[in-house]
Design a protein around this ligand. Structure first.
Ligand code: SAH
Length: 348
């Protein structure tokens, strides 16, 4: 058994603490930090700007391991889904979605999810565990390597498996590594954290020195309907949620996004469009209508195109910016809400 502690995922302070007994000069830990997160070179033997003896001591005492690629699939539209093997039998999925100029990486924050949204496949797994910091940023490193994306030239969305604000401390530490100039060096505006709508976590994000973008999976501005589709809504009501969203956006150039997955005959009725526009205006958000990805396990179907168009018109008339996110990666089971399939299959 390998009982060397794994330092992949350690932040600047933790690395400094671990490296200092071997070499007290502060720049040594910084060099290690850069190798790990900026250069994605995890073998101490290759850290050529460190003395050989120090490299050997580091390798003797520590492991530097990020989660491994354990399989994947590429959809016809170029979307790549990576299965990421974690210690034990757990796996999560991470997806790279190509656009004209750069990739978007959709990453997971938990194995399974505790929130039970009726339209989401991940909910079916239930909650298994939080991801560690290294398991979160490791997905980014893995996708960056697989797609050959240059440092800092991609987007990240926390829209994979799990609820990022339910794993707040580790997600916060991961954001610090991702935005660190000597780490992944990603501008915070290239990172979006998507949440079921936990007001405390939203305010926690707002207080970060360099907050990411915020997206909230609203689904509907009708309280009773939202209660039915997203049990979390009974605990954190639309009013309280709206206050947190407004406070997040206050004084920021970039508006938060409300995500509305469009379910036929459920939340796409024309009478639900004006309240959505009012809510978005009140909280200072834009709206992203999401095409639902059907799966045989779920009793929902995508809303018809004319309903989506109608919502877009009502939003525009109400002075709200509305966009549509078209489904990607369906034939690789890499689409939104499908990130549970393989894990579920593996359990039989
Ligand atoms: N827990 C976070 C992160 C998961 S991302 C959150 O809820 O925001 C989930 C996003 O994918 C949500 O906006 C949700 O509306 C969307 N989604 C879930 N299932 C979907 C499906 N089957 N088709 C399309 N979008 C889906």
């Amino acid at each position: 058994m390998d009982d060397r502690p794994n330092l992949y995922g350690a932040g600047r302070e933790e690395l400094a603490r671990q490296v200092a007994p071997l070499d007290p000069r502060p720049f040594r830990a910084r060099q290690v930090f850069r190798w790990l997160y900026q250069r994605d070179e995890l073998a101490p033997a290759a850290w050529t700007d460190l003395p050989l003896a120090l490299r050997e001591q580091l390798a003797t005492r520590f492991r530097f391991e990020r989660p491994a690629w354990s399989g994947g699939a590429q959809a016809r539209d170029g979307t790549i889904k990576a299965e990421v093997a974690l210690p034990g039998a757990d796996r999560v999925e991470a997806v790279a979605i190509p656009a004209d100029d750069r990739q978007t990486f959709c990453i997971s924050s938990q194995v399974g999810c505790a929130f039970g949204c009726r339209f989401c496949m991940t909910a079916r797994l239930g909650f298994r565990r939080n991801l560690e910091i290294g398991e979160i940023v490791g997905q980014v490193a893995l996708l960056r390597a697989v797609t050959g994306s240059p440092v800092g030239e991609y987007n990240i969305v926390f829209m994979g498996m799990g609820e990022p604000l339910h794993n707040f401390e580790r997600v916060r530490a991961a954001l610090a590594l991702l935005t660190d100039e000597e780490g992944f060096a990603l501008p915070p505006r290239r990172i979006t954290v998507s949440t079921v709508g936990l007001p405390g976590g939203i305010l926690g994000l707002a207080d970060l020195p360099r907050p990411p973008r915020l997206a909230v999976s609203l689904v509907t501005a009708d309280q009773a309907l939202r209660d039915e589709l997203m049990p979390v809504s009974r605990r954190y009501r639309l009013d309280e949620l709206g206050d947190a969203i407004r406070r997040f956006g206050a004084g920021r150039r970039e508006r938060p996004t409300l995500e509305v997955v469009m379910l036929a005959g459920v939340n796409d009725h024309p009478r639900l469009a004006p309240p959505l526009a009012r809510y978005a205006r009140r909280v200072g958000a834009k709206v992203n209508l999401i095409e639902f990805n059907p799966t045989p396990e779920l009793p929902y179907a995508p809303a018809p195109e004319e309903r989506i168009e109608h919502f877009l018109r009502v939003l525009a008339n109400g002075g709200v910016v509305g966009t549509v996110r078209r489904s990607r990666g369906q034939d690789a089971y890499a689409a939104c809400g499908q990130l549970a399939f393989l894990a579920a299959d593996a359990k039989g």
